[in-house]
Design a protein around this ligand. Structure first.
Ligand SMILES: [Zn+2]
Length: 569
């Protein structure tokens, strides 16, 4: 491709509203342009990157017998009403009416559509298992679209769905997909981790997220180097302490006056203690009535763990009225002593000695509270959010944390949708059974953004080999020098004929501008043709990643580039 004919509108300045590197660099490299909030056009460079990623995805999906389909983007409300999601999906679902006043939505996901299709088309066990996938534009009306195509409203996604006769088959499909996803992100040259993720209230199912590691990531990856355990922050389990942590003698319970001291900071400062000597008591409203939850003052409660423990749909911090009704005190003074509601406590509080808690009265706290001497606990469980250095639940070694960007999610669905949409098949005995499903997504645009987040420097993008829009950027120093111009075009033809993807910067621009754009766009190899080197039969090769430069024989350029791209990663 000749740069002079390409639509690559690079920008010198960083656009003011772009917060993260991928957003800034993709705008500056002329890859994307915003049409409206969270809605982007993909320009030719981005399109080429997407195309490469899609090829990798298709190859890996096809290798596990996935079959590609295209489902409608516009979906009628009826199937969403059947699955029960029309009313609970919320404002992210963009709804509208057609000319006949029928309700439709723009698909944010396709479980309903595909389950409805399979319900009609699959009748017998002989037709199962089946894995179908598509690569398609989806729409979710995010409340706060941001970070460019990382969290857009309109986005390209690969979604796949597996249909099996039974749980064992569904698990096998899941494991195949896990391996395919691993292959995809490895082939992209991305550093990533597959982490265990929360599955919500669907019991017996499991789920993994694929996270590209990057400091700018919104998610936290918790991992153990001891046993390989990895989970997202919501899910990461903490090993319960073995035996008592402290061996203090139990002091007598003491009521203390704590005027207006409500928060952990206020109370600990006022009493001259550290937060790990305090029990934080939180009152929650649930669909099973109010409950109290205890965590140590320096820990964060993990509401997802709590929700899973209770098996409830609804869980929210109680309002002031409920807190007052339940504890007899305004917010800030709740404690576990003499509470008449269920009390759930984090494992670390088992046998806790001489702690401070709220006193269930205005301006009152207790000192020297001891478990179990002074209060009753309904149940101990892992209820806090893991922190750096916490013991791994599997092997006890310290947990570590890194930030990540979720680019893929695989989920064993079970029969949630086949039940509500009545997707069944006749088994060998002629009995009607529910199809067991899995669903699997890759954010295609987001993977590209994540690749840029992970691979860039102050000058621009550093594309991994597998995703780069072109393999080589060819840059003649002076395009107006007839001899050089001719030589450059000859080399361009030669490389192109050899099947190498070349972006040839034939623009009549100063070299400085061309070099800057080359670094910004981030093609792995830059070949500079200058007259002095060329007279000696040499061209200059610069690697975008290492910045290393060397002179090579211009005759050997094809062989050289092929060698570079054939080397793994
Ligand atoms: Zn471990």
């Amino acid at each position: 491709m000749l740069f002079s004919k390409a639509l690559i509108p690079t920008l010198k300045e960083t656009p003011a509203d772009a917060e993260v590197a991928s957003h800034q660099l993709m705008l500056r490299a002329g890859m994307i342009r915003k049409l409206a909030a969270g809605i982007y056009s993909y320009l030719p460079l981005a399109q080429r990157v997407l195309q490469k990623l899609k090829i990798i995805i298709r190859e890996e999906m096809n290798s596990i017998d996935g079959q590609e389909i295209t489902l409608p983007a516009v979906q009628p409300s009826e199937i969403w009403e059947k699955s029960g999601r029309w009313n609970i999906y919320g404002k992210e679902l963009l709804r509208f009416k057609d000319r006949n006043n029928r309700n439709f939505c723009l698909g944010p996901t396709h479980e309903e559509v595909i389950t409805d299709l399979i319900r009609r088309e699959v009748k017998s066990y002989r037709e199962l298992p089946l894995t179908l996938y598509q690569i398609q534009t989806k729409f979710r009306d995010e409340i706060r679209p941001r970070f460019g195509i990382m969290r857009a409203r309109e986005f390209v996604m690969k979604d796949a769905y597996s249909f099996d006769r039974d749980e064992a088959g569904a698990e096998e499909s899941y494991h195949k997909m896990y391996q395919a996803y691993t292959n995809i992100f490895e082939r992209c040259g991305l550093e990533f981790r597959a982490v265990e993720a929360d599955t919500g209230s669907i019991g017996g199912s499991f789920s993994h997220e694929f996270m590209v590691l990057a400091d700018s990531g919104e998610d936290v990856v918790v991992y153990c180097e001891g046993c390989g355990y990895a989970a997202n922050l919501e899910k990461a389990e903490v090993k319960p302490p073995v035996g008592l942590l402290e061996n203090e003698s139990l002091k007598n319970l003491e009521k203390v006056h704590t005027p207006e001291q409500k928060t952990v900071d206020e109370v600990t400062n006022f009493l001259g203690i550290t937060p790990d000597n305090l029990i934080k008591t939180l009152i929650f409203d649930t669909d099973k009535g109010p409950i109290a939850v205890l965590v140590r003052g320096d820990h964060e409660i993990n509401e997802i763990k709590l929700k899973n423990l209770l098996g409830c749909e609804y869980l929210l911090l109680a309002d002031d009225d409920t807190v007052e009704k339940v504890t007899g005190a305004p917010r800030g003074f709740a404690g576990p002593l003499d509470l008449n509601i269920p009390v759930y406590a984090d494992n670390i509080l088992k046998g806790a000695t001489n702690m401070v808690t709220g006193g269930n009265g205005k301006d009152v706290h207790y000192k020297n509270v001891n478990e179990p001497r002074d209060f009753k606990t309904t149940r101990f469980a892992d209820l806090r959010t893991a922190e750096e250095g916490d013991p791994c639940a599997r092997c006890g070694k310290p947990l570590h944390m890194r930030r990540g960007i979720e680019v893929g999610h695989i989920f064993k669905l079970g029969t949630k949708y086949s039940k509500s949409l009545h997707a069944t098949y006749l088994d060998q005995a002629g009995k009607e059974s529910l199809i067991v499903m899995g669903c699997y997504g890759i954010g295609v645009g987001r993977t590209v953004a994540a690749a840029v987040e992970q691979h860039h420097d102050k000058d621009g993008i550093i594309f991994p080999k597998a995703l780069t829009p072109y393999q080589v950027l060819m840059l003649p120093i002076n395009i107006n020098d007839e001899i050089l111009r001719k030589a450059a075009f000859q080399m361009y033809d030669k490389l192109s004929q050899a099947g190498i993807e070349v972006l040839f910067d034939d623009r009549d621009e100063r070299p400085g501008i061309k070099f800057k754009d080359a670094d910004l766009i981030g093609i792995p190899i830059r070949i500079t043709i200058g007259s002095r080197n060329f007279e000696r039969g040499k061209v200059e090769v610069k690697y975008r990643e290492s910045g290393k430069m060397e002179l090579i024989d211009s005759e050997k350029t094809v062989k050289y580039i092929k060698g570079f791209f054939n080397k793994k990663i």
